[in-house]
Design a protein around this ligand. Sequence first.
Ligand SMILES: *C/C=C(C)/C=C/C=C(C)/C=C/C1=C(C)CCCC1(C)C
Length: 261
Amino acid sequence: MNTLSQTLTNGQFSLVYNVLSLGLASMLFTTIFLFVSRERVLPRYRMAVVVSATVTGIATYHYFRMFDNFNHAFAGLTANNPDAYNVGYRYVDWLLTVPLLLVELVAVLALARSAQSSILRRLVPAAAAMIVLGYPGDAKLDIWGISAGVWGLLSTIPFLYILYVLFIELSKSLDKQSEAVVKKVKLLRILLIATWGVYPITFILAMGTNTFSADHFVAREVGYSIADILAKCLFGLIIFSIARVKSAEESAEFAKSEFKD
Ligand SMILES: *C/C=C(C)/C=C/C=C(C)/C=C/C1=C(C)CCCC1(C)C
């Protein structure tokens, strides 16, 4: 597993502690906000908002687990035991939340049912494969002597496929959306590529050569946590605002009650 070649300094401990704490707070309050605000969009867009809240809700639970696990593994310099830190919480979290993030993106577009399921049938298995193939690399598991770099490379294949579907295939269905919506969806896609791209970069930075040092550990935890906050919380909030714009476009009554001008 993650055998560290050195223990964390006090500064490194605080940095990871604070970033996990920030992750926990962001996930929790985004969940509450989205859940409470779900009625402020038309019924047909509620699913997208509720799925966004589910994503941050699931992540709230896993950040709690990671935070607790980190505290037990590294509390005090005497009990500094990196082997007790389990990166599996992140991967279980991603296995659940990454497919759901794709579901919320597709749901907010309110495509025809057939187009929606054809896109998800391709995206969801690819997302699962990407996460499952990355795990042995990050957990430093020894499976058939395959190195972390090779697992990372294998995981990149479904990753590129997801980007292809989102950028090429999904663009075709944007023709039917209004200009305001297209603008926001494009913003969402830029956010997606900018934040999802952080994960493989963090993976590479943390890979190390033969040893997994404290610096590698800290880089990984900080990188994944910041990316998670943007990819789940900010992403969910943009989904919510797309749902509101579309609701206003489709119902004059909604527009009048929710927007003054
Ligand atoms: C909320 C969590 C999200 C959006 C997680 C996304 C994770 C990835 C895009 C991970 C990708 C990876 C690669 C492309 C190669 C190396 C291994 C991974 C799993 C870090």
